[in-house]
Design a protein around this ligand. Structure first.
Ligand code: SF4
Ligand code: SF4
Ligand code: SF4
Length: 228
């Protein structure tokens, strides 16, 4: 009894700490941010309740975006095992750029190589302008940037802006996911699947207290101990 009460309290505290209430009407969205001169502001949702940790997303990202071995734009972290044998299970959580609306990486870049695309709200990198100073890597509170050993420029997830999006496709990780755990879409489109899911489910975003206004949402797995 005491164990379940403690578990409930831990879970509740964790949810309150990271709970995500995002303004989803177009007026509110416009007021919140200066990015996105048109009606597009891309974001992603990782439904952890559907994720099986297969890493198909990671491999698809590497292939489509020509990410060299030894570095990655995306990883799936495994937590667990939880529960008692033989009913043990794991939780999987996505680690990648959060596409912050107030992005520390952009704020510190001395050359303008790190930027927010005004048409889409995607935080991106202009490799031609990057001098490899690594200020952005130090400034990113989510630790998702790296120096690409081939281009020698800072690199990270750009929602496949230079690859799949240019070809009118979904991001490679979304296309590859066998369980539809990843949903990509436009926060300013009230008809989008993404907005419908955000309205229908409690979601979380990481490190909201920093004021970065991240646009990577997650539906948390419902079972298991939450480690604070
Ligand atoms: S998560 Fe890091 S790299 Fe991505 S926009 Fe935020 S500060 Fe920049
Ligand atoms: S959106 Fe594209 S760049 Fe970002 S993790 Fe997915 S596949 Fe990689
Ligand atoms: S491809 Fe989908 S199910 Fe597999 S690890 Fe990635 S998000 Fe999870």
């Amino acid at each position: 009894m005491e164990n379940s009460r403690r578990h409930f309290l831990k879970s509740t505290c964790a949810l309150v700490a990271g709970v995500s209430v995002y303004p989803l009407s177009s007026n509110q969205a416009n007021a919140e941010t200066a990015v996105g001169t048109n009606n597009t502001k891309y974001a992603m949702l990782h439904d952890e309740t559907k994720c099986i940790g297969c890493n198909a997303c990671v491999e698809a990202c590497r292939e489509v975006n020509h990410v060299p071995e030894g570095v990655t734009r995306l990883s799936i972290e495994r937590l667990g095992p939880f529960g008692e044998y033989p009913n043990q299970f794991y939780h999987f959580t996505r680690h990648s750029c959060q596409h912050c609306e107030d992005a520390p990486c952009v704020n510190v870049c001395p050359t303008g190589a790190a930027f927010i695309d005004k048409e889409t709200g995607i935080v991106s990198v202009n490799a031609d302008r990057c001098v490899g100073c690594q200020y952005c890597i130090a400034a990113c509170p989510y630790e998702v940037r790296f120096i690409n050993p081939v281009t020698k420029a800072a690199d990270k997830c750009d929602f496949c802006r230079e690859t799949n999006l240019k070809q009118g496709k979904q991001p490679a990780c979304v296309e590859a996911c066998p369980t539809k755990a990843l949903v990509f879409g436009n926060l300013k489109d009230p008809e989008s699947e993404l907005v419908a899911l955000l309205k229908a489910n409690p979601t979380q975003r990481s490190k909201l207290d920093l004021g970065t206004r991240p646009k990577l949402f997650r539906i948390k797995a419902k079972q298991g101990e939450i480690i604070l």
